[in-house]
Design a protein around this ligand. Structure first.
Ligand SMILES: Cc1cc2nc3c(=O)[nH]c(=O)nc-3n(C[C@H](O)[C@H](O)[C@H](O)COP(=O)(O)OP(=O)(O)OC[C@H]3O[C@@H](n4cnc5c(N)ncnc54)[C@H](O)[C@@H]3O)c2cc1C
Length: 285
């Protein structure tokens, strides 16, 4: 439970961090909240020679409004999201998700940027950022770029990030009148999702769904959008029969994983149950 030795660097600017990452790109790791990296290092599953602690870089820890969007700095913690009045009013799916993550200690340290960058297939944020059509700001040696989250996650702990690139912010829409909910099934010991479902619905006054976005995590090697479910819901009045019919499609063509938390068949069933629950919870929200 003791990590290997490493050289620690805590830059005061983004430019210095990127320069250091570029110089040591073959053997370097970024440290944010440390809630995923440190356990991996203690178990010697990760043995970087260099650590860049980005926690002292100014400008990465704010939540700001920008037109119809909100920009959340990479260092904003799960707890800050959970307690943000701005987010509760303008994008409640984020606080709804944050509340379900682990325990208060982890939520006080863990960051949105670190979670997205880590691309954990059992992490909660990937489902939510996909359901929100969020974008990730990436800063590296070639400057800054914004990327849609649907193009960001590649697989188990894998994203498009290069070793010398830093996630510096996440952009989400103001969801206005949309109905949202996050529901998950998780073992008590960690809180990691066996299945996690983020639902965002646009409903007109008569209850017809004009737009549905369903993000799912925990089921396969990366979070995904349940497009077939969304198609079934869109343009229709939502009732229990339709919701159950749509939820039954949530794992179509998905290669569900099998681990100590359950078989692939169990996960598929659980996903259908939680998709229906998340949609029902969103309607009532
Ligand atoms: C007991 C326990 C329970 C947990 N339960 C849950 C849970 O229920 N749901 C959940 O979603 N998560 C859970 N987590 C994980 C937690 O949410 C972490 O905070 C999160 O996964 C990683 O965020 P971090 O800021 O701690 O990143 P770190 O641990 O610092 O970094 C994680 C990885 O991302 C890289 N990285 C970090 N920041 C950046 C960045 N800005 N740009 C590029 N790369 C970066 C690091 O190099 C590292 O490889 C749990 C963790 C613990 C210890």
């Amino acid at each position: 439970m003791i990590p290997g030795s490493f050289e620690y660097y805590a830059p005061r600017s983004l430019g210095d961090a990127v320069t250091f990452l570029t110089e040591h790109r073959d053997d370097v790791k970024i440290l944010s909240g440390g809630q995923s990296l440190l356990p991996l290092m203690k178990m010697r599953l990760s043995k970087p020679a260099f650590i860049v602690d980005i926690g002292r870089i100014p400008g990465l820890d704010g939540i700001t409004e920008q037109g119809n969007h909100l920009i959340i700095g990479a260092l904003v913690t799960h707890a800050q999201i959970e307690n943000s009045a701005l987010l509760k009013d303008n994008c409640p799916l984020l606080p709804q998700t944050a509340t379900t993550i682990a325990d208060v200690q982890v939520r006080n340290r863990g960051t949105l940027g670190g979670s997205v960058a880590h691309a954990d297939p059992a992490g909660d944020w990937p489902a939510t950022v996909l359901a929100l059509d969020a974008e990730v700001k990436i800063t590296g040696p070639n400057g800054e770029r914004w990327l849609k989250c649907e193009d960001f996650f590649l697989g188990l702990l894998m994203s498009v990030l290069e070793p010398d690139e830093i996630v510096t912010a996440v952009k989400v829409p103001v969801t206005g009148q949309d109905k949202t909910a996050y529901m998950k099934a998780a073992p008590r010991s960690s809180g990691f999702a066996v299945v996690g479902v983020a639902a965002r619905l646009s409903l007109d006054a008569g209850g017809t769904c004009s737009r549905a976005a369903i993000g799912i995590t925990g089921v396969t090697d990366k979070a995904y959008r349940a497009e077939r479910v969304e198609q079934i819901l869109t343009g229709k009045k939502l009732d229990t029969a339709l919701i159950d019919q749509a939820a039954a499609e949530a794992t179509r063509n998905v290669d569900a994983i099998e681990d100590i938390n359950g078989s692939a068949e169990y996960r598929q069933h659980l996903t259908q149950v939680y998709v229906a629950r998340a949609i029902q919870a969103a309607i009532k929200a």
